[in-house]
Design a protein around this ligand. Sequence first.
Ligand SMILES: *Cc1c(COP(=O)(O)O)cnc(C)c1O
Length: 604
Amino acid sequence: MKIKICGLKHPDNIAEITALGPDFIGLIFHEKSPRYVGNECSEISTGNFKKVGVFVDETAEKILETALRFGLYAVQLHGAESPEFCRKMKASGLRVIKAFSVGAAFDFGQTFGYQDVCDFFLFDAKGKNPGGNGIQYDWDILKNYVGETPFLLSGGLRPSDAEQVLAFRHPMMAGVDLNSGFEIEPGLKNVKWIERFMKKLTTFKKLPNLNFSPDKRGFYGQFGGAFVPEMLHPNVEELQNRYLEILASPSFQADFDRLLRDYAGRPTPLYLAPSLSERYGCRVFLKREDLNHTGSHKINNAIGQVLLAQRLGKRRIIAETGAGQHGVATATVCALMGLECVVYMGEVDIKRQAPNVARMQMLGATVVPAISGSRTLKDATNEAIRDWINNPENTYYIIGSTVGPHPYPDMVARFQSVISAEIRRQLKQQTGRSDPDLVVACVGGGSNAAGAFYHFLKRKKVRLVGVEAAGHGVDSGKTAATLAIGTPGIIHGSRTFLMQTPDGQIVEPHSISAGLDYPGIGPLHAFLKNCHRAEYLSVTDDEALQAAFLLARTEGIIPALESAHALAALEKLSFRTDEVVVVNLSGRGDKDLETYSTNLEKFQ
Ligand SMILES: *Cc1c(COP(=O)(O)O)cnc(C)c1O
């Protein structure tokens, strides 16, 4: 949560406040304001904290001149400045915050024109002055704000409001603006009050209080939610209303546990890899999800969702698949349960992944080619959604990763959490303690990583590292490293990071591994990155190949190309000798043999 302290003017007071480490301080350059900072910039302009200059209907020339003199990082515009004016400010290299005065009623439509030309909005209370009125408004009205630009909450915040601020969850709230409520007199802040308030708010960032489950609307902080066409509301709401109750029921748990054990082959081993341990100078354990039935962690989720579908009375299952791994897992469980199964797959992927298509057909599933667009995963997803809209009564849509509208990301993470539950038990047996120092997992949509992280999220000594596919390199234009180069937006029903052009067109991803070749990422990971609970690295195609050959030659295990990304990340980290490192080996490499064999010579 960002904290901006606004309306400072005394150099000593500024020094004390900036020592507290707020994200921004605001200097008011509106002469009529009692907090007008004046023209003396010699003392104020030094120091490299981020200064926001506040202006009311000032000329561009005056603003730019002031920005230069005071070394402003951003301008906050409190008057009737137009979107065009904001664009001009932004073009000059300044960040732009546009303030809006929100009264008992406010038409958020007014903000639309400013979406692309502002970095933040600031929602202030309507009062007789442009800001600093000390008036509060009912924040509930902000629920009507559905824009994409993050905002700062402002308007008469007082020291006693910290709890309320923490309780107020809006997906786009980026922080708070503190001003008159924290003053001894206009322009002179009470340092103690601000210090205490900031402490309270930053406990939010500290782990014990961070909530890694989404709220009722499916938001992890500002990420997640359920952005679906109206036609899908009944299906999605039915799921939202029922999934927790069904998952918690003893009969569900008994069936789920039994199938994971007797059918999928769980628990999968936790294997101390001697060669890797020697190479990296620590204890490297591999969580062997590759040994699951059908060859990856995807079966955990497929079993869970098919059991859920049965309990919702659905007899027909649909799914989308890229490389075919999720399709195969779904077709497998449908065959087991005697359910009809239709898998949508891009026409291009059908050609590229022929063995998996044959598997699905052998298992009795119907594979339907998606023939629109780039004829890959994204188009298959669109076809599956269309099918669901047309068959809301009898059909259940199984999504294969921690993506999609709420409740899918949370539900899939829960099904995959068996991975970290087992890691804890197995580590305890093998090393005497349940917590490793580090967990590493590859991230496509994020389900195997979510499962491997799940029971460690609140154990803050455990370092969590997600590994994205860099493709040819993060800046090469041929990459799938969403968190490295993406920006927030909406994809497949949830708000998260995605790879997009400035005007919102999705950028085609590239990775040598089909399972990581996705332009978005699950909202949980967007959140974990943003609150610094997990770190995300990226690994190129070649680095992944190298790691796959290393594992094959030294441990006798051929990993999936996806999992090879997690292994390659070990080259980029450093370890103490006694450290315990767990790498989630999400799948086996049979499906990737063609790619491996064309690269044999390079890695001989
Ligand atoms: C599908 C797949 C992945 C990527 O999906 P996540 O949801 O990010 O786990 C990783 N590894 C394997 C073996 C896969 O099949």
